[in-house]
Design a protein around this ligand. Structure first.
Ligand code: FES
Length: 125
């Protein structure tokens, strides 16, 4: 299993307030959405596991990111889903901030490697 990718700089996200999210469509295969909750940054693959919809167009409440299309929700802390219509979670990526620069390390399936299609995606059902 892949241990993740080389760190990718996201820039200064100090303007991203609690409860806000930002998409980075050029990172990973499907883009990522970075969320700030209670001061911490979290990143998920920006693609609902149900039917290929950007989660960044959904709604963030607490740690729960809800898909705009059919309402599946995902925990930004680990990518797990709360139930149908999604049947699995989405990939969760490690984000860190230091000296005003946020950095993401892509997990598994969004890394440049390609032979482990489900690595990094948390199966919760
Ligand atoms: S596309 Fe996200 S719940 Fe259906």
């Amino acid at each position: 299993m892949s241990e993740g990718s080389d760190p990718i700089e996201l820039g200064d996200l100090s303007d991203l307030d609690d409860g806000e999210m930002r998409e980075f469509e050029d990172i990973g295969r499907e883009g990522i959405v970075v969320c700030r909750v209670e001061g911490e940054l979290y990143a998920l693959t920006d693609n609902c596991s149900h039917a290929d919809t950007p989660l960044s167009e959904g709604r963030l409440r607490g740690y729960s990111l809800t898909c705009p299309l059919h309402g599946a929700s995902f925990d930004v802390r680990d990518g797990s889903h709360s139930g149908p219509p999604a049947w699995e979670g989405v990939a969760c990526h490690r984000v860190s901030e230091s000296d005003g620069v946020a950095v993401v390390e892509l997990a598994g399936r969004d890394d440049s490697g390609g032979d482990e299609p489900d690595a990094g995606r948390l199966r919760t059902r």
